[in-house]
Write a protein that binds this ligand. Structure first.
Ligand code: 6PG
Length: 255
């Protein structure tokens, strides 16, 4: 296969229009295939970039059809939905609350906060949610998101899959629980690596100089290719597209 795609821009503002085109392309592709667009989103800096990309309408272009969107969380923290650490809250504030009525309303699948005290149960319940949406209709072994939108932490983690974690070896479960995340808060759920790497398209966003060391590792070193973000590059190859700014790739040579 071909290597991952890389699109580099001056800054986050310049990145947004191309990111929008990429998302719309994935949307239209999915709507042609099954009349629904299933997207998995991360927290961190991603929701803000997503909001910027999707809410700044341009004329004469394909439309964002939010009423056909089903939004899932690639990872989530075991906190109430209005908590400052909640990825749902971030996505709500940066995107959902700002969608103009005429663009329609996405269907959103947050975690079930009934299980905040039992993070494994929370993971199992979220997996059941995925089963009811993906497997019941398509009867698949691994759910195939039409689009997964991911970030890459400075240590190379993505979703809540951290470097060296035994969770990276999971081959069966779709959603996993973490009780001791190295990045706070400690309790989280995350898509497993097989699910995170089976997206029909996978978009990573990495911006700012704080990312240049990890980008260099992932793209230029063998050890970096073993980190969670690197593993997704290796598995998913040209299904992956990176949207980065120049500071994030300073000194990276992309062999
Ligand atoms: C989380 C995020 C996480 C994030 C990376 C990158 O909930 O912790 O989903 O996986 O995507 O940490 O974060 P930044 O984009 O903020 O660097």
């Amino acid at each position: 296969g071909k290597p991952p795609n890389l699109y580099a821009f001056q800054g986050a503002d310049e990145l947004a229009p191309s990111f929008r085109t990429f998302i719309l392309d994935a949307q239209n592709n999915a709507l042609d295939r099954h009349n629904v667009f299933r997207v998995g989103v991360s927290g961190g800096s991603l929701p803000k970039v997503l909001g910027k990309a999707l809410l700044e309408a341009t004329n004469g272009e394909a439309k964002v059809q939010f009423d056909k969107w089903e939004i899932f969380f690639a990872d989530e923290r075991a906190v109430p939905l209005d908590h400052e650490d909640s990825n749902y809250r971030l996505v709500k504030e940066e995107l959902l609350d700002k969608i103009p009525a005429e663009l329609g309303k996405p269907t959103v699948y947050p975690i079930d906060v009934k299980y905040l005290d039992d993070v494994q149960e929370m993971a199992d319940q979220y997996e059941q949610t995925l089963v009811s949406v993906f497997a019941a209709r398509d009867s698949v072994r691994v759910p195939m998101f039409d689009l997964l939108l991911l970030g890459c932490g400075p240590d190379g983690h993505t979703c809540s899959l951290f470097p060296g974690s035994p969770l990276l070896r999971e081959t069966d479960a779709w959603v996993l629980s973490i009780s001791d995340s190295p990045k706070p808060p400690p309790k989280r759920i995350t898509l497993s690596l097989p699910v995170a790497s089976h997206g029909i398209r996978i978009g990573f966003v990495a911006t700012g100089g704080g990312k240049k060391d990890i980008m260099k590792q992932i793209f230029d070193t063998e050890e970096g290719r073993q980190l969670p973000c690197g593993l997704i590059n290796t598995f998913a190859q040209e299904r992956v597209s990176w949207f980065v700014d120049y500071p994030a790739i300073e000194g990276v040579s992309f062999p």
